[in-house]
Design a binder for this molecule. Structure first.
Ligand code: YH5
Length: 280
């Protein structure tokens, strides 16, 4: 992986050590400060802190994709994310990732300074492949079985590792056929997206099988219910579990780790990297 360089608009990402992607939610339920700050100020403060803590990527999502979440309109998503992207692009030296499945949002986000497209639908929406190609930005292709509203109802696989790998390989090939550069593709097994705990565990244990496709792999499991299922802890008490997972992801050479707790994860990655036998 050290030889891979992602070209994220005006910035480059390399993966000698896992890159931390900090999660910045701009959905209304993530603001509970009673209006003391505007959404924009709040987002900027959070993002500044994550950058200072060592996040190299900040992932901005204007549509909740948590289990059971309802879709939002394109205009609403644009209204939420574009001002934040413009402001962060002005003020911070980080790669801005846009977490969206909508072609129109991809295009506008790229115009406003985004450096990476993160799509939990793996560019399956009508026009998304073309839109992503047009931006020239790297794309993260994530596996999901079903759709957010219903995906956790009854996830089923014959062989989860093989099925996720085949799906992502085919999506990567579609991207390449559409004119997206092979070197601009990231894969993600999609922890918690239409998966039981057993499915998530298999995918994590066999991350190397996905990495064998030759693309950088993103791991996103911070605070997710698989950690709640393993530890018995509520969502606000999943930091330690998230850090244990980040340690293992580092040892397994994940390229990008997507997290809520940037400062803590940066330390964990440094220690895991320094002390593991086969990372360097
Ligand atoms: C991901 O894995 N996930 S949004 C449920 C939680 C906690 C967090 C409380 N976007 C991913 O973060 N993009 C999301 O339980 C993502 N990979 C990529 N590439 C869901 C989320 C979350 C959901």
């Amino acid at each position: 992986m050290p030889d891979i360089i992602l070209q994220c608009a005006d910035k480059q990402l390399t993966f000698e050590t896992p890159v931390i992607m900090g999660i910045l939610n701009v959905t209304p339920d993530s603001f509970s400060d009673g209006g003391r700050y505007t959404h924009l100020d709040n987002a900027l403060r959070q993002a500044e802190q994550m950058a200072a803590d060592g996040a190299e990527i900040i992932d901005i999502g204007g549509e909740s994709t948590r289990p059971g979440a309802q879709p939002v309109t394109e205009q609403k998503e644009l209204d939420r994310v574009i001002p934040v992207i413009e402001k962060l692009h002005q003020k911070l030296d980080v790669v801005i990732s846009i977490d969206t499945s909508k072609p129109g949002v991809m295009i506008e986000a790229a115009r406003s300074g985004a450096g990476l497209i993160n799509d939990v639908m793996a560019l399956r929406a009508d026009g998304a492949l073309q839109a992503a190609q047009q931006t020239g930005l790297p794309v993260c292709l994530m596996h999901m079985q079903g759709e957010p509203r219903t995906m956790q109802t009854n996830p089923q696989y014959t062989n989860v590792v093989a099925e996720v790998k085949t799906f992502l390989k085919q999506r990567a090939e579609q991207c390449i056929a559409q004119g997206i550069n092979k070197e601009q593709i990231i894969l993600d097994p999609g922890f918690g997206f239409g998966k039981t705990l057993a499915h998530n565990i298999s995918l994590f244990k066999h991350l190397d099988s996905l990495q064998a496709l030759g693309y950088p792999v993103l791991v996103g499991a911070s605070h997710k219910s698989m950690l709640g299922q393993i530890t018995g802890k509520a969502v606000e008490d999943r930091l330690a579990g998230s850090l244990a997972l980040a340690t293992l992801a580092t040892i397994k050479k994940a390229a990008i780790i997507r997290v809520h707790d940037v400062a803590e994860t940066v330390d964990v990655v440094k220690v895991a990297q320094a002390l593991s036998n086969y990372n360097n």
